[in-house]
Design a protein around this ligand. Sequence first.
Ligand SMILES: *Cc1c(COP(=O)(O)O)cnc(C)c1O
Length: 404
Amino acid sequence: MNNPIPYGRQNITEEDIEAVVSTLKSDYLTQGPKIDEFEEAFAAYVGSKYAVAVSNGTAALHLCALALKVQPGDKVITTPITFAASANCVRYCGGEVVFADIDPETYLLDIDKVRQLLENAPKGSYKGIIPVDFAGRAIDLEAFRKLADEFGLWIIEDACHAPGGYFHDSKKEKQFCGNGKFADLAIFSFHPVKHLASGEGGMVTTNDQELYEKLLQLRTHGIVKDEKRYKNTPSFANGLEKSQYSILDTQDYPQWYMEMQELGYNYRLTDFQAALGSSQLKRADDGLEKRRAIASRYQEAFENKNFIKGQSGVIEGHAYHLYVIEVEDRLGLYNCLREHKIFTQIHYIPCHLMPYYQDLGWREGDLPVAEQYYKNCISLPMFPTLRNEELDFVIDCVKNFYQR
Ligand SMILES: *Cc1c(COP(=O)(O)O)cnc(C)c1O
């Protein structure tokens, strides 16, 4: 009998362990040099100017929503076929989530549905769009940018599934997920099922310096430690007598001085997690290659099979966090694979049908394409250390189930 085969699995090498251990022996457990190293290497990897490491992908989303000043009542559009955090970040700020349906071919947020929503609402009611590079397929952000500009919206790209993914823009140039060219902000997660693991961890990338500085501040309690940006002016600058000086200053700002200027959070990543992330990043391209090879095998094995109603396929630039197939009798297949210790997963139960969002008024029938997709979808094992024998076993089990 085979070992259990999950749908995704992290890969920790001796080199990773060494990187963590050496950080544990260093002077910094958090807020040290490993954070800067990881941020620089990650920004270089995705092609963005700036990167901000945070405690997880959900914190990354929350910081983005805060930096873009989502207010109670602001409407933001996202896809229902995503992890709930993509939508929840809007709710953290009191905004309203509006789900738009997906494209049945790409499984990504359907730009035509988004346009319909925008055109049918009074101008200014929507503030932003959160497209997701679902399963690792890069969404055409150039098209979304055009649409967003038409309506004055911002874009947060949820690129958790797609480090290393890209699409070709209208000039046939590769645009990597999270490169900051079209989205205002992009976010990644380093949860163990994702491409890179740091235990928990996340990253925001951007090309916008102002947003970058805002994110740094919000990541650490809203605290500023930069004389040029202080809000309390020293008393002498206001022409006061020494006896009238505020207790906050003497002659000048003392060394210990800092200001909490807005309500921030502690969303920092630790240095040993950053060391693990950096170490994993060195193997990112190898992992991507392996994922793409696995996708090719699935595609070939299931091409022209009548039990397959749709599949992720072989798409250039796809980062293959997931390999999704759509099948008949999905529950039967899921249970049969479980009996063979192949633990597949369903991505995702449509977000709008979660009780929390149903309480906000969403109902079955609201997003028919996403709901139809959900009935048939199943994510097959997809991770770089999946061995060829295991892959063959998965493929055989799927085929045998339908050929009984
Ligand atoms: C994993 C994931 C998140 C959240 O990341 P965490 O690090 O688990 O908080 C957000 N969006 C998507 C699409 C994800 O897959």
